[in-house]
Design a protein around this ligand. Sequence first.
Ligand code: SAM
Length: 232
Amino acid sequence: KLSKRLETVAKYIPRDSTFADIGSDHAYLPCYMVKRNAVRFAIAGEVVDGPYQSAIKQVKQEGLTSKISVRKGNGLEVVETNEVDCITIAGMGGALIASILENGRDKLKNVQRLVLQPNISAVSIREWLLRNNWTLVAEEILEEDGKIYEILVAEKGDSSALYETREESAILFGPFLMKERNDAFVKKWNLEKKNWQRILAQLEAAPESEENIQKRKELQQKITLVDEVNKS
Ligand code: SAM
């Protein structure tokens, strides 16, 4: 059985598409999609040998070698241009996901949809999407086993309308997530706020310096954004 987190990623992979799952580890997501006949073909990409071998083993065990190609390589280098309609990248930091997209930009020309699940720093992905003319079409946030996960779904297009008002908040919190403000969202940002307050208190006790003042200001601003989103 797939985790709730990966099931949510799966929900956004278009039916009958071909997709590449980058950083696939055991290839659970490609196996799940192919077994359900939900996609035509899948690629499982892995850069590290251990997980790459796990993916090969899993795909063989499930008898899916004709429908899943397991490939070893860094990021999008494992896909050819025109090969897939959809790319999923799950279970890594947002900055790493953004750098994989940035380094593989030429492979994205004919990709219709990205389904991204950062463990931290979704903001890095929203910034990348905005700069590269991809627009969010959906977002989810959920809690599983005490951890909170975000899923960002993007398609090509201008996203300035999404960020028209309160741009800074929308990029940090997610334009869809901050509208919905479900329990996982409230919990996540109150935890972040507590953490920032703790760091702020440490900085206040430390000797004054330009850097210290600057960092305090940034933290204050983020705390204010959380207070605002809680009230809105
Ligand atoms: N996607 C699976 C999931 O969400 O359950 C596995 C997540 S696992 C924590 C992250 C995987 O990404 C690791 O197996 C790691 O080797 C792989 N990875 C990290 N950077 C990568 C890159 N640049 N290209 C391909 N795979 C990468």
